[in-house]
Ligand binder design. Sequence first.
Ligand SMILES: Cc1cc2nc3c(=O)[nH]c(=O)nc-3n(C[C@H](O)[C@H](O)[C@H](O)COP(=O)(O)OP(=O)(O)OC[C@H]3O[C@@H](n4cnc5c(N)ncnc54)[C@H](O)[C@@H]3O)c2cc1C
Length: 403
Amino acid sequence: MQREYDLLIAGGGLAGNCLALALKDTGQRIAIVEANTREQLQASPAGDRALALAAGTVMMLEALGIWQGISHAATAIKQIHVSDRGHFGKTRLSAQNEHIEALGYVITARDIETHVANLVAESAIELIAPARVAGLMSGDNEVYVNLKQGDESLSVSAKLLAGADGGLSSVRKLLDIAQHTTEYGQTALVTTVKTTIPNKNTAFERFTASGPLALLPVAKNQCAVVWTRTSEDADAMMLGSEADFLSELQQCFGYKLGELVLTAPRRAFPLSLIRAEKMVAGRAVIIGNAVHQLHPVAGQGFNLGLRDVVRLAEMLIRRHEQNEDIGAAGFLKEYAASRKKDHDRTIGFTDAVVKIFSNEWLALAAARNIGLTLLDHIPPAKKLLTRHAMGLAGHIPRLGRSN
Ligand SMILES: Cc1cc2nc3c(=O)[nH]c(=O)nc-3n(C[C@H](O)[C@H](O)[C@H](O)COP(=O)(O)OP(=O)(O)OC[C@H]3O[C@@H](n4cnc5c(N)ncnc54)[C@H](O)[C@@H]3O)c2cc1C
């Protein structure tokens, strides 16, 4: 017998699980189809990446009942120190000066991914895993989805399909939604270091001719490293020894935090921008990285994806309460229209930062790396951007508190 749902979510990553959790108490029949097992997801090296979360993201995670279970694993960014190698410019920003509790928070992706997966497992949401979406067809009242579970095929139907299956989204392809891809020819090298001097909740951004380097605080004497290099450099640095990598890192960053010691394996993430041409087709909507996979230099990917999730969830809750069809074309178009401006702004900004400042002006590009939230509340973001632009790119270090 074919299984029937109100909402079928493809992808049990951050976006898919957060959407399910936002709707878990609505009484709707919800299932998540996830390609990997829990064990595979937990063991994935990608889980090592540090995510910088905007203040608004933290508020949304709180409202969803997620933050309460992970706040202990997150580190507040209280200060940002931006420096431009080879130039005098240095800028400091502090939460205190901005009259806010924190400029952002840093958390390891695995911590938040594991927690949301646990919350889903404790709820009435059905998890179909490991299984992949292999085919789909929108009908008048339902979308029919074919799943592959090993050698078996499984047919399910739903009023609405939400594709949250990441940058290589199968749902996007099956819906025939075109995408624009920009290859940056850059790779983010990610690892963790122990430091002999405590970081005092400071995020460091260092601009060098070879690429922006960010050290984000994850514990008193521990920082997550996000180092953007050309793909050729990154390949060579991944093949070289840990000792050589560390020595180049130390040389590049200097001794502000004393001696650095690698405490995690090096991971490489090739960087590109993928943007889907549209967000909805038939009885399906795509959210999170399935619609927009961004360069992490601006630390905006999940922050933007969660805003998709929250907006969609709010609209779905209202629609369900009104007893209206949650997969109706007009309703989905309304959702897409409501998200376009934020997508345009965040994607355009990130892409411009990567391109415009990917040379001598890397300073400004890397400043974004902290994820600073700052797009969240635009006036401070502009203020910050301006300070960085003037203090670093223009080498006028007087703006902001410089030393
Ligand atoms: C190095 C790096 C640093 C980053 N730093 C930041 C940061 O500081 N701040 C920030 O906000 N963001 C950051 N990001 C971006 C952030 O990690 C992503 O935006 C976010 O994880 C995307 O979540 P998602 O759920 O949309 O997609 P994914 O995490 O890709 O999840 C998709 C899920 O779908 C599953 N799946 C795939 N295909 C199928 C299928 N056919 N059927 C069923 N399931 C399927 C996958 O197994 C996966 O579990 C960074 C990314 C990188 C690479």
